[in-house]
Design a protein around this ligand. Sequence first.
Ligand code: NDP
Length: 435
Amino acid sequence: LSRNPGETEFHQSVHEVLDSLGPVVAKHPEYTDAEVIRRLCEPERQIIFRVPWVDDSGQVQINRGFRVEFNSALGPYKGGLRFHPSVYLGIVKFLGFEQIFKNSLTGMPIGGGKGGSDFDPKGRSDGEIMRFCQSFMTELSRHIGEYTDVPAGDIGVGGREIGYLFGQYKRITNRYESGVLTGKGLTWGGSQVRTEATGYGLVFFVSEILNARGESFDGKRVVVSGSGNVAVYAIEKVQQLGGTVVACSDSSGYVVDEKGIDLALLKEVKEVRRERISAYAEARGGSGASYVAGGSVWDVACDIALPCATQNELNGHDAATLADHGCTIVAEGANMPCTPEAVRAFAARGVTFAPGKAANAGGVATSALEMQQNASRDSWTFEHTEERLAEIMRGIHDRCLETAEEYGTPANYAAGANIAGFTQVADAMLALGVI
Ligand code: NDP
């Protein structure tokens, strides 16, 4: 703690992983001898930089940029960029730390990293977003590359921003290095299914949980938080599999639509018009959809809850409310959306909990598939790529369960994910020596 003062979210994510590792350390003293855990908690490299840019009124603005290159034992650093005013080193480090284990779980050759800026894209014009991205990439370009570090999107960074970032990288380096960023557009090196991958992958993971119980999404009531990239495509896949998503949200409030969220309208509001979720309820008019300003979307009764917005958005009280209303599965689309109190409440109430590092790994896994396609100058069909994603999610699900069983915590997905993710990285670190 004293080594990283004030980095609350980073401490939380480290505690969450280390709490699961007791049985591993007992079985593998070689990890302790080589100080693997202490080395893992220290990023290999942290870069913090100034991002100056000029807004539409001619005023110079200064933001802070970050890239934390956490661990490259399994492959080049890989992880998204987040543009949100709450971004500081503690958030980037928590995300980068999580990313190490998540990437390991995918079984793909990718290390862990994360980056971003405290830039707030809300209300900014297209020109301002572009100038910010160009300035951000002017510095970031010195540190990334297809064999070094491969960023992607996260909160506030979608296809538009990846385009501006890639354009500037190409201009500075004079290289069409497709594999340097993932989440690219389909006409310039992107992969089918990447946009949908995190949300779809999350729902595939939940399908595996349901299958194991002899159930399916058919007839299930689902609540999703957020209405960004992960949320929208989680809603799409739940609907395709026969479930009904009755509520979703943004940071200002939530909408309840008992007939099921109208996905075409939601995409129009969020992806085309880039408006608040309240505009969805307004557009639905008298059809029964309602908007609740503020409040908690977790007050809406459901069988399955999918937190897809941001860290610590679902607390112990919310967890108890969900269980009281009959919810039996909570799967994290976002990174660390459930507080430690919430996770304990789920365990106490018999609610199955799927942690983000397993359940939302579909996004980065599909990014690795994008890198594969770039390296072989190939592009796969939507159907083939989606099938690969489904297979990967099935593999992660099974690995979590098998590992949990092996280490004496049967059916505990969180322990299984932490241990399986950790042991693969730890073994690679041992093999590579003290570096
Ligand atoms: P987007 O920017 O597309 O959407 C984020 C959504 O979350 C918006 O609806 C936003 O509402 C809401 N949100 C953001 N911050 C807050 C907050 N402080 N309180 C309440 N709501 C908030 O991001 P993504 O969908 O890409 O990412 C969502 C989560 O999923 C993040 O935790 C991210 O790390 C994680 N994730 C994303 C992956 C990806 O492939 N994109 C991969 C794996 C994980 P508002 O507009 O009001 O801010």
